[in-house]
Design a protein around this ligand. Structure first.
Ligand code: PLP
Length: 452
């Protein structure tokens, strides 16, 4: 139970470096919100305000906050085996059971799981594994990677290189290894085109890159099923299956970054195969794997890759102290048990569609250029002129203005420049879903009136 006042928290917080923040602006005490408690679909701030968690922590609290079953499972695990590693010849029941469970839920050929503690490291792990895989196959030059503009794959040095360049402005990222293809962003990249025409452009872009770099030099294509932190960008129908076909034809491994899209958010345990008809070679995932109760990620690889990296002459030189941590594995097992026993992914196929539909209804507002996304992963792009799609200046931060109004009205949403992102818990009833849509409408109307 929190015993600190808001002032006390914020004084201590002066020593905390926040993520993805303007640290200078955060020196203003009222710029920060301290969250002190959470239950179900709501959180409570240090002033006692109860707020709907419209971003599910950080796209991750899928089964809702305060689930006793997960907390008890973590406690019980810590009471039995607090820690042991999965280095060398060691293993333990929680990691073993979870690996089997994840393999059983992932697409059929993906049977081998490496655990780490963040989506970023899951993606770094995929890169290291594929480089090793190609070295073992006698193809040491096959190391380059295709990613996309608009992508977000994490913040470690490698994951940031996979991410769209805009995220590392002023910082720099690993150079010379990653090539960014066009974002599959029809609203901005191809306003006058049909879906089919735009898909053909994207396919050609991929083929051009392969011909330019040479398939013999490319190990992987990284793609989120829906680009999340890039602005909730959904690709035209058939995109992932088409990219899968091209990668297969050129001996390039398809890495689906399902850090956000798995574990029910789009109505299925994994989205790649069930939603997009695309069976990748590797799936990376995190977030909803434990619903955020413990830090845990998984890099799930195909038998084809595993057979090579587990060959007689191979040595797996990769490891993290907390890989498969017992408490994290126990949290994931309890979380998956809830997702399955309560049929949450199937429920999301109805409740998520209601959410998506109500948010799409906001497109009748002048300032709303496009509402996009799917189920409980939605983005709202604000524009200065709806007909011409003229953007607000980047520093207008209209998303931030709307998020501020929403918070005053009891809803946490996330701003990304002139885009607002919603990725709530997956357990909301219809009434709460309608409340979010109504709050957003009021907040957008207020900002629109203020901007004149
Ligand atoms: N991949 C995607 C698609 C993400 O959205 C994120 C985080 O938001 C990551 C990777 C990185 O995960 P983490 O923040 O756990 O390192």
């Amino acid at each position: 139970m929190n015993k600190l006042t808001t002032d006390e928290i914020l004084t201590k917080d002066a020593h905390l470096i926040q993520s993805f923040a303007n640290l200078h602006a955060l020196k203003q005490a009222d710029a920060r919100t301290a969250i002190v408690a959470a239950e179900g679909a709501h959180v409570t701030d240090s002033e006692g305000n109860r707020l709907i968690d419209g971003i599910g922590g950080l796209w991750c609290v899928n089964v809702g906050h305060g689930r006793r079953e997960i907390i008890d499972a973590i406690t019980e695990q810590l009471n039995t085996l607090d820690y042991y590693s999965t280095f060398y010849n060691f293993t333990h029941p929680a990691a073993a059971e979870l690996a089997e469970k994840v393999a059983s839920l992932a697409p059929a050929p993906l049977n081998n799981v490496y655990f780490a503690n963040s989506g970023s490291v899951a993606n770094d792990t995929a890169v290291r594994m594929l480089h090793h895989y190609n070295n073992l196959r006698g193809k040491p030059e096959k190391k380059q990677i295709l990613s996309r503009m608009g992508a977000y794959h994490g913040s470690t040095h490698m994951a940031m290189a996979l991410t769209t360049p805009g995220y590392s402005t002023g910082w720099g990222a690993v150079e010379g290894l990653v090539h960014h293809l066009k974002a599959p962003h029809k609203y901005r990249e191809a306003p006058g085109m049909s879906d089919a025409e735009f898909l053909a452009v994207l396919e050609q872009d991929m083929l051009d890159a392969i011909h330019r770099i040479g398939a013999d030099n490319i190990c992987a294509f990284f793609a989120e099923p829906i680009q999340g932190a890039g602005g909730v960008i959904t690709a035209p129908p058939g995109y992932h299956a088409a990219m899968r076909r091209i990668t297969r034809e050129h001996d390039i491994m398809y890495v689906a970054d399902e850090v956000v899209t798995a574990w029910g958010r789009l109505g299925h345990m994994f989205a790649s195969e069930d939603v997009y008809d695309c069976v990748p070679d590797i799936i990376t995932t995190a977030k909803g794997l434990t619903s955020g109760y413990q830090p845990l990620s998984a890099t799930i690889i195909s038998d084809e890759i595993y057979d090579v990296i587990s060959g007689p002459d191979a040595m797996f030189l990769h490891g993290m102290t907390y890989s498969g941590h017992p408490a994290a594995a126990a949290a994931a097992l309890a979380n998956i048990e809830i997702l399955e026993s309560e049929g949450i992914p199937a429920r999301v196929q109805t409740t998520g569609k209601l959410f998506e539909g109500l948010l799409r209804g906001l497109e009748d507002m002048d300032m709303v250029g496009e509402v996009r996304g799917s189920h409980f992963m939605m983005g709202i792009e604000f524009v200065r002129n709806k007909d011409t799609r003229e953007e607000f200046p980047a520093d207008a931060n209209v998303g931030g203005l709307v998020a501020k109004e929403a918070q005053k009205r009891g809803l946490i949403a996330r701003a990304l420049g002139n885009i607002l992102i919603l990725s709530p818990t997956l357990i909301m009833d219809d009434a709460l879903i309608r409340e979010i849509a109504a709050t957003l409408r009021e907040s957008i109307a207020k900002v629109s009136a203020d901007l004149g």
